[in-house]
Design a binder for this molecule. Sequence first.
Ligand SMILES: [Zn+2]
Length: 370
Amino acid sequence: MINKVKKTKADKALPFEIAGQVVAPGERLQFDVPTANLYTNSPLNMPVEVIHGRHPGPVLLICAAIHGDELNGVEIIRRMRSFRQLSRLQGTLVLVPVVNLFGFIHQSRYLPDRRDLNRCFPGSERGSIASRVAFKFFNEIVRRCTHIIDLHTAAVNRDNLPQVRAALDEPGVRKMAEGFSIPVIINSGLIESSLRCEAGKLGIPVITYEAGEALRLFESSIVTGVRGIVSVMRTLGMLPSIRITTVRAEPYIARSSSWFRAPVDGIFRPLSKLGTRVRKGDTLGVISEPFGSEESILVAEADGIIICVSNLPLVNEGEALFHIAKFERAGAVEEEIAAHVSNIKGDRLYEIETVPVTVNGATRGSNDDK
Ligand SMILES: [Zn+2]
């Protein structure tokens, strides 16, 4: 398909039809897809934007907030919309910044039927609200696409190291995952009724980008996401390739991963940071009695890289505190992650901490003072 895109570069794309809308080549269109009604009779409309290139190519869906409280992806899509090179797009970009509107409004992962939307695909026209939202999204949007990047964060009170999760043996998936150019890839199995699994059954390659925490915006996670998506688009031939001037991250694929769980109840203090390497026997953190002097030292049981950490100090025995991924060359992965973080902070997309401020009517970057 990619070769065909290159060969037919001069060809003009046909109008693109999706969810009852038609988008002409070289045009972009915003519209709402009605999904379900609330019991107040208010419609739950899913906003969609389609950017249709002048020349034919893949149809890439980028979607976020399937879990309504996971916000980094919403901001990633907002920034993607104004990416200047989209004027040279080959193929079609379908942007759905908030799939689970109800959860987004209520700052919740779920829908009013308490279902997890990412366990309801391909959905049902006659099911409860989550199944019906899933059905509309799957049939009106997902089926029209050839590739998908699904954006997520960790759950509330957990922080994920930016990572791609993908079933690498599925057709077309490895190319997208490696194309994301991120240090950590988790070769992760498919969960039945998830978007990744059900779209995969249609032969659509899907990768999931996981970064940061629910209900928070993390600037480095956002920039990593935008850069990763643009990099996948270049890999798929949707944007022109560029000469790489920055250090290109070599993705490392985890062999396996496991959770370190609290051995006792109490107040948890992490001592090992996200993205760092731990060795068997290292101190991961401490759990202390809230009203006593007993302390339990948490000792790593295996080597690996910390890819998720709990931010909540109040823990019960058995709670998941650290997610540790095992790699063939953990030292090299740790170095790559550190290089990637400093690279991201120097990126012109890095915005939140360097946003222009207005002083007496004049606009200047907050970095100007440094
Ligand atoms: Zn999620």
